[in-house]
Structures are given as structure tokens and as C-alpha cells.
Design a protein around this ligand. Structure first.
Ligand SMILES: [Ca+2]
Ligand SMILES: [Ca+2]
Ligand SMILES: [Ca+2]
Length: 211
């Protein structure tokens, strides 16, 4: 039984949006002391409820090394306020976001996102639970909102425009194929999971044309 679970917030953006920073309050329990035990983070954006059966997002799945997380030293609330600088375009409409923090729970406890106390969310969040641990199904909804903020800009989002000429075309596809495989951090890795593969190619094709 696998107990890896992602807490996911649903939100709606009226226009295309480029997420430039994600802020989230992370806390832990069952032996957790502080975020120095967290091995890595993953920021995920999902396009639909159907995509929530996986922990990683279908639109973006951005790996963040623990050394690249910024943790506030002045945060007065519960837990630890983290911020992550990213560059992730998302399309107008319903969207879903999660921030996964990876901890070895047998040594350092469990970690997760704090509940918001601002009461300006919709009052619910979703758990993605592909291992179906805790005798719950793969996806379920609970009351509460995540302490999470997205900062960025409205405007044109050009997912798949690798060369940045304002159009997704054959040059971008050739650049993607040339970068195929593990790449760490590269422009052809459209969903940000450090690997250029079929998922990136499908995202590129879905954005085909001028933007
Ligand atoms: Ca919510
Ligand atoms: Ca292009
Ligand atoms: Ca990728």
C-alpha cells in the first residue's frame, strides 16, 4: 500500500495566466521537525478532474531541488512559508494545482500543506491518492482550503513555443526532438519534469499555431 497523497486546489482563471511564483505553507507531523528534512518538491498543474488520478500534473510537473526553495524567516503563522520561482503558462478556465513535498516519513515524519485560515477559498480541496492508501479511493474531496498563493501575469501563454517566436511550429517540434531524453532544466521540457518525452510532444501539438 502506497500512502503518497497530493493535496490539490481547484481554481479558475478568467484569462490565460503565467505563474511566476508559488507560495505555500508547508508543515508536518509524526516526528517532523523542520523543512531541512524535505528532499525535493514538485509543483503540479492539472487540466481536469480526470488528470487527478496521478500525483504529477499533466500540464506542468515542475521538480524543485530543496536547495532552490525559499523559506521565509519572518512568517508568523503555523508551519513554514515556502516560495518557488517558476515559469508556467496555464490556459483560461478551471485549473488544479498541488505542491508535493517529499520527506522520508519513517525518519523525519510526514509533510503536507497547511489549511488556509483566510476563509476566502471555496471551502473544499481534493486528495489524489493513486495508491489508494487509508482505504480511500484514488480521488476524494474534503472540506478546507490550502494555504497557497499563485503570483504571475495575465496575458498570452504560448505553451510549446520553444524558440520564443510567438508561434508553435515545426522549428519548435524539431528543437523538442533534438533535446529528447533527460535534460535537467531545458526549454524543450515543456511540463518541467526534467525529461523531454512524449508528454512534452503532446503539449506542443495541443498548442500548435500562432499564440
Ligand atoms: Ca478550495
Ligand atoms: Ca516557435
Ligand atoms: Ca517533460
Amino acid at each position: 500500500m502506497i500512502y503518497d497523497i497530493a493535496a490539490i486546489e481547484q481554481f479558475t482563471t478568467k484569462e490565460n495566466f503565467t505563474v511566476m511564483r508559488v507560495e505555500v505553507v508547508i508543515n508536518g507531523w509524526n516526528g517532523f521537525v523542520d523543512p531541512s528534512s524535505i528532499q525535493w518538491y514538485e509543483i503540479n498543474f492539472y487540466s481536469s478532474m480526470g488528470a487527478l488520478t496521478a500525483l504529477s500534473g499533466d500540464e506542468h510537473s515542475i521538480y524543485i531541488d530543496s536547495a532552490d526553495a525559499t523559506i521565509s524567516e519572518t512568517w508568523q503563522g503555523a508551519g513554514f512559508l515556502h516560495s518557488f520561482d517558476i515559469d508556467a503558462g496555464i490556459y483560461a478556465g478551471d485549473q488544479f494545482v498541488s505542491v508535493i513535498s517529499r520527506n522520508n516519513f519513517s525518519e523525519a515524519g510526514q509533510v503536507g500543506i497547511e489549511a488556509s485560515t483566510t476563509k476566502n477559498g471555496d471551502g473544499s480541496l481534493i486528495f489524489s491518492n493513486p495508491g489508494e492508501g487509508f482505504e480511500n479511493g484514488p480521488v476524494w474531496t474534503v472540506s478546507g482550503d490550502m494555504a497557497c498563493r499563485l503570483i504571475g501575469e495575465y496575458g498570452v501563454v504560448c505553451i510549446g513555443d520553444i524558440d520564443g517566436n510567438g508561434e508553435v511550429e515545426i522549428d519548435d517540434m524539431l528543437a523538442l526532438i533534438a533535446a529528447w531524453g533527460q535534460c535537467g532544466s531545458c526549454a524543450a521540457d515543456i511540463n518541467g519534469d526534467t525529461n523531454v518525452d512524449i508528454e512534452d510532444l503532446l503539449l506542443l501539438i495541443s498548442g500548435w499555431g500562432p499564440c
